[in-house]
Design a binder for this molecule. Sequence first.
Ligand code: NA7
Length: 546
Amino acid sequence: MAIDTYDAFVVGAGFAGIYQLYKLTRLGLSVKLIDEAEGPGGTWYWNRYPGAMSDTESFVYRFSWDIDDLREYKWPRHYLQQADVLAYLEHVVDRCMLRKYMQFNTKLLGADYDDVNNVWRIETSSGHCTARYLITALGLLSQPNWPEISKKEIYTGDRIHTASFPRDYSLRNKKVGVIGCGSTGIQLITAIAPDAAHLTCFQRRPQYSVPANDRPVSKDYRDGVNADYEKIWDQVKSSFVGMGFEESKTPALSVSEGERESLYQAAWEKGNGLRFMFGIFGDLTVDEAANMTACEFIRRKIDKIVTDPEKARKLKPMELFARRPLCDTGYYETFNRHNVDIVDLKANPIVEFTPTGVKTLDGINHQLDVVICATGFDAVDGSYNRLRIRGRNSKTLKDHWETEPCSYLGCSVPGFPNFFMVNGPKSVFSNIPPAIEAHVDFITGLIARAEELRKVPINGTSHGYAGKRRVEVEATDHAEADWSSHCDLVSSSNLFRKTDSWIFGTNVEGKKKSILFFLGGLGPFRKKLQEVEEADYEGYKPFLKQ
Ligand code: NA7
């Protein structure tokens, strides 16, 4: 039976897949996109837990390339809720007429490179097909990380992970347990506390959080953004974290204690975790003494906000302020409610499930109607390790990444020709939509160049046979090794290295520590991509094979 053949095959319908599909169809290629979900949205399709919100401000949590849409499309608040982001992505899909290329409820089961025919043989839950280019847009955070707790089978309540929160699930008047107090946990806890009969928060390590300062967008503010949108994106794309504010270069200890306190207070009032980490001082992520000043400021805030000193003690982190920073809409205040409790898992770990809840080491059986795991993700390579992607000589990506997940520029892997990852391991750490755009533009450039070469007549005459040349876009081993050690070097002075989190893969039990990102900033990353392109794709083997 004949199977479908495409020029390009895209996996994932989040920000990355949507933009990649858009670009490839504009190149005139035949493209198919699949996603396991029932519709577009990626992360924003799955993460439907109460309180789910982007912690990047609305005006830069979107695509930059459709300036008319940017100016017209509504975003009534400074932060977007999950439903708002999902509606935006649905809107882009319809506006760009992309739905006809998309197939939902379809899972990628495996992909094998056929070296003889120069195609990828793709197996999905709905059949087989081939494509000359395979692009994965799986998302950085898509493989849920469940906690290992014994006896889960005897628990009679509901067990839910926030990354697949059931639609319309009511928590009203339930005894709820939340495991995990990271970005997801703090949003969830803040949102559900008023509804739950009782809420027990099981916290392994406390984190620093600052107010988001979410509020409606005023007409004046929106008019200002609309007038300046081009300039705003120029700034975002040349900045470090790409969040729409100027990053500071001032060392924290270069100002007096009083001035530092006022600057922290102003940033606290203005809101946003990334602004707090990068917008006031320029050395909080590289200088421990500077970092401590931020830690102390936030700890003092926790002491002031949380009225029960025992709860405040548990909520106060003593580690460095050196994970992806959080912001909230009243997290610490939530612990002043009588129906909200906190358990310090470091001192008192969960030992097992019981029929009616979970038991902690102190012997207490916490009675729970539902246990919600806000325990994060097996990030970046975790999204790939569940799949069979086999390159040349049947080597799988998992084999290739046995020592550590690596790539050239976060998108290409030697031995895997014509395969591209959007935001694969060692891609840039920044606001995600502009990082995706940088990657997709680069990948599209690679494919466009390969397509040009493929169509050059074989004997150099206009009568030559076009369209049959073999092209393979493949990074060299050397380029991959160089880029990987560069990422490692860039991360070596970063304080993030001193804490455990998904950025180094140390949030998942048994996962080897390695830097999963380029921590050198969005602007420098874009510059690097541009230099590679201008040097006729330096770091890649010659594309043309015959
Ligand atoms: P995170 O940031 O990885 O947070 C997960 C939380 O779950 C964190 O508090 C973890 O504690 C906790 N956790 C993880 N495993 C366990 C086990 N086994 N037992 C108890 N507690 C556990 O994931 P999020 O979903 O909150 O956020 C991910 C990103 O999404 C975030 O950075 C934003 O970019 C959006 P730990 O701190 O590791 O001790």
